[in-house]
Structure formats: C-alpha cells, structure tokens
Design a protein around this ligand. Structure first.
Ligand code: BJ8
Length: 385
C-alpha cells in the first residue's frame, strides 16, 4: 500500500494527516470521487456520506491568507472566517480547490455573509440553521432543510440518497464518534495517559483520513497503545499537572500558543469541550429510528454552540464534563471579533464561579503578536490553581 494511504498509528502520524490528506483527496478525485468542503459541526455528514461525497473540513487555521481576505472583508472580523475566505480567494487550499460543492450553514453572521461571497468563487450551498433549539418548529424547519439538501445533492450529482444509505452512514459515523469519545475519555485517568496537544492532533487528523471506518479503527488502536504504555508505567504527564477543560471557539489556528502554553506551564488539557472535541461527538443518532432524516436532524440541532439562543446545552455539557474529567480550571479560548462566544463568555465565567471552578478567558487571533502576553496570563493562572 502507498505510504500516504496507510492509517496513522501514532500521534505524530495523525498530525501529518492533514498534510497527507491532500494526496488522498487528489486520488479520490482522480478515481472519479466527489468532494464536499465543510466548515461547521452542524453539517449533517451522514447525508454527504450517503450521497457518496467525501467531506473535508475547510476551516482556515493560518494567518497567512488573512491579508488576502482583508482586501474584501473587514479587518475587524473573526480570524477563522478571514483565513477560510483567504484560502479560497488566493487559491492556496487544495481542499477548497478540489471541492465539488461547499456546504455552509447560517451560524454566525460573519460566516453566513462570507459564504455569499464564497459562492462567487465556488459552488456553495447554504443550509438554513434555526437558532432556537427550544422551539418545536425549529426541529421541523431543520428537518425540512435537511430534506432540501438531500434533494439538491440528488439532482446535482445524479445520485439517490436512500434511507438505507443514510442508516448505514449513521452506523459508521456513530462508530467513529464512539472511538473518539473512548480516546478522549482516557484523559479521565489521573494522571492522563495523553497530553492535550497529542490528543487534539489525533482528533483533528482523523478528519483527514476520509475513510470513516478506517479512521475509527486507527483511533481505537491509538487508544489501545496509549493504554498499554500507561499500564506499563509510561506516564507522559506529571500527576501534579493541573487538569484543564478548554472551551470556546475552534482552536486549530491558535493551538500552540494556547494549549501548548498551558501544557508548558504546569497544566494538561484533559478535556476539549469545543468543536473538534466532546461537543461534536457526544451525541449519537439512532440508526433504527422510524424517520432517519428527522433523527439525523435531531442529533445535529442539539449541538450547544454559542450561535444558539438560549444555549443551555453548552452550559449543561460543561457542568457534566467538569465532574467527569476531574477538572481543576476552565480556560475559554475566544477568537477576536467572535460575538457569539465573546458575549457568551460572561455566562461561562458565571457558571465557573457557581461551580467553584477557576476560569480564564483568553481573547486571541491567528497572529503571533500576543504570544508573550498570553504566556504571562496563562502562567499566572496555572500558578494560582
Ligand atoms: S458549531 S463553533 S464550527 S459555528 S469563531 S466563525 S462562531 S465568529 S466557528 Fe463554529 Fe459551527 Fe459553532 Fe462549531 Fe463565527 Fe465565532 Fe468565528 Fe465561529
């Protein structure tokens, strides 16, 4: 088997998956496959799977393309949006380049307006996501939106998305989510057998393996190996390390200066609540449900992102995770100009104080200009714990 097609087996190999994924995507295209670029945890992946599309995450995580984006977008906009758009505009992202369709959702205002512009560069389909999970008609509307997406994909790509295909996609995605959850739950051990940075790289890298069953298998074997080493006495994390829960915006673009600094200052991230972590994997769909589209819709609409109002699901989730993972402190990572999360930070700060958890909010962007200042604040927080 070609090297780039083999499954990742170590943390390092998972972190290479994003880079190597490009070659895999090229191969999929050469073999006549179709690619769907996606941005958000609300994207109903099972529908794309059932349509025979390979889903690939397009969220920009680099500062490099932000100047290009700022020629059209306001400077005072979340770096994730600018970076993502900059990649499309400057044609620097092979995943965007190879995408046959881009799927976006009406989440935050910045993203949804960016998608309109993105639609001028690439074929972009926007799903209308309702933002009040507590209204019965939100579930109905979201299910209708998913049915509309199904019809659109069927017409556009000449495929048939049957219930049977959807049910088997649900089973595969469930298996992958369970494998992720089991891997993350290793960090409930005290001390954890994994550093947060390594764990995050596996979670992120799994999105670029593209074969869902293979991705689940690779995560299970990574978990087995980590546990074997741990049981043999190999402890990569000190038992005195302070156990941190990370919440807030997606952190792919600020990983080193946030998680890296926490872990070089006497802490260890044992739980990622945000997208890429527990929030995206906790809930499963029932493959046997009578109406499978409605069930997929239910599963996704429950995600507790700050674009929802009210967003009680996020508060409930953080409350449980603090107990489950024996947390010593909560660090919320906020991307500059992200209104949903920077405003909701007040609620999370208040929740932390209610449950007696020290809380640190960090507002940052993709540049390196605040690295020193962040280190000082994170080190002071770690010392205080
Ligand atoms: S489910 S977190 S991936 S919307 S950070 S672009 S909210 S201004 S990324 Fe997100 Fe889906 Fe929610 Fe997850 Fe806007 Fe905020 Fe930027 Fe954000």
């Amino acid at each position: 088997m070609d090297d780039y097609l083999k499954l990742p087996e170590t943390f390092e190999e998972f972190s290479e998956a994003r880079k190597n994924g490009f070659i895999r995507v090229k191969k999929i295209k050469e073999e006549g496959g179709l690619i769907a670029g996606v941005f958000c945890t609300y994207t109903p992946l099972e529908i794309l799977d059932a349509a025979g599309l390979t889903a690939v995450g397009l969220c920009g995580m680099s500062n490099e393309t932000i100047p290009a984006a700022e020629s059209e977008l306001p400077k005072n906009l979340c770096p994730l949006i600018k970076s993502s758009y900059g990649f499309a505009l400057s044609d620097k992202c092979p995943y965007t380049y190879f995408s046959d369709i881009i799927i976006g959702e009406t989440t935050c205002d910045g993203k949804k307006k960016m998608y309109e512009l993105l639609g001028e560069i690439k074929d972009t389909y926007i799903i209308q996501l309702p933002q009040g999970q507590d209204r019965a008609y939100s579930a109905e509307l979201w299910t209708k939106e998913l049915r509309r997406l199904i019809r659109t994909l069927e017409e556009k790509f000449g495929v048939e998305i049957t219930d049977e295909k959807l049910r088997s996609a649900v089973c595969l995605r469930n298996d992958e989510r369970k494998a992720k959850t089991e891997l993350m739950e290793l960090s409930r051990l005290q001390p954890p057998p994994l550093r947060g940075l390594d764990l995050y790289k596996v979670l992120e890298g799994s999105g670029f393996v593209f074969d869902i069953a293979a991705s689940a298998e690779a995560m299970q074997s990574t978990k087995r190996k980590a546990l074997e080493k741990y049981e043999a006495g190999d402890r990569p994390v000190s038992k005195n390390a302070k156990r941190i829960l990370v919440t807030g915006c997606p952190i792919g673009g600020v990983l080193e200066k946030t998680v890296g600094t926490i872990e070089s200052s006497g802490g260890v991230v044992v739980c990622f609540e945000n997208c890429g972590g527990v929030k995206a994997t906790r809930e499963l769909a029932d493959a046997e449900a009578d109406d499978i589209v409605q069930e997929i819709s239910r599963r996704y609409l429950n995600i507790g992102c700050a674009i929802m109002t009210p967003n009680q699901n996020r508060v409930n989730l953080i409350r449980s995770l603090v107990d489950e993972y024996h947390i010593d402190g909560v660090v919320e990572i906020l991307l500059q100009a992200c209104h949903p999360y920077t405003v909701e930070a007040h609620t999370i700060r208040r929740l932390s104080s209610e449950i007696g958890m020290p809380y640190l909010g960090i507002e940052t962007d993709y540049s390196n200009t605040d690295t020193g200042q962040l280190s000082t604040r994170i080190e002071a927080f770690m010392e205080m714990l």
